[in-house]
Write a protein that binds this ligand. Structure first.
Ligand code: GTP
Ligand code: MG
Length: 226
């Protein structure tokens, strides 16, 4: 069933979104050892390592997901949580359309640190950024220090998506990435194209116009102008 109807009339805005390939930049932030790399490893490769090495600087992975007729490529920047790398973070969240801020449900310090990341994103990131809060290590219920309700309430007050996750068991890992993918704007990527380095929507990979190409590069090379 060929649904390539480029020349056909578009009867509705739903049809206008058909067969779109969009690309978004996603950044993970949070205290060291909360499980950022483990969440990415679980989502991208379906694996978990008990002895996951601490990230140096940042690591990159990408994964493509489908949402009906829309294909979404997520370019995932997994940042290093150690304090000495903090100053690098803006390079990764600048130009990001979405962020997952992670804490460890067994540690109140990491929850406080997550709140600081949310504040920093609200102050300095793309104003339309979609933020999800992940309370990770939800398999360690017996050591729980942050109640589910605390995370949920903070997320509601601050307009964040929220889930408790476990990179170890896989609980809610796909779900949180898919919830984000669902929430990202699927409207015409030309909208907002004038804002250099602050793209409000994803890049339409089918659109090879020069305007789209320049949006692509300013959004994915740490906001640098080329
Ligand atoms: P940095 O790279 O230093 O910022 O740390 P990170 O946030 O990427 O944490 P990482 O994924 O390296 O995980 C730290 C440790 O926690 C590793 O030993 C993981 O195996 C473990 N871990 C990660 N996620 C989970 C989880 O959901 N449950 C349990 N029980 N352990 C986890
Ligand atoms: Mg890591």
């Amino acid at each position: 069933m060929a649904s390539r109807s480029r020349g056909a009339t578009r009867p509705s805005s739903t049809a206008a979104a058909a067969n779109k390939n969009l690309q978004f930049k996603l950044v993970l932030l949070g205290e060291s050892a909360v499980g950022k790399s483990s969440l990415v490893l679980r989502f991208v490769k379906g694996q978990f390592h008990e002895y996951q090495e601490s990230t140096i600087g940042a690591a990159f992975q990408s994964k493509t997901v489908s949402l009906g007729d829309v294909t979404i490529k997520l370019d995932i920047w997994d940042t290093a949580g150690q304090e000495r790398y903090h100053s690098l973070a803006p390079m990764y969240y600048r130009g990001a359309q979405t962020a997952i801020v992670v804490y460890d449900i067994t540690s109140t310090e990491t929850f406080e640190r997550a709140k600081n990341w949310v504040k920093e994103l609200h102050r300095q990131a793309n104003p339309n950024i979609v933020i999800a809060l992940a309370g990770n290590k939800a398999d360690m219920m017996d050591k729980r220090a942050v109640e589910h309700q605390e995370g949920q309430e903070y997320a509601e007050e601050n307009g964040l998506l929220f889930m408790e996750t476990s990179a170890k068991t896989g609980l809610n890992v796909n779900d949180i990435f898919m919830a984000i993918a669902n929430k990202l704007p699927k409207n015409d990527p030309q909208v907002g194209a004038g804002q250099a380095g602050r793209s409000r929507t994803g890049v339409d990979l089918h659109d090879t116009s020069p305007q789209n190409r320049s949006r692509c590069c300013s959004a994915f090379v740490g906001g640098s102008s080329s």
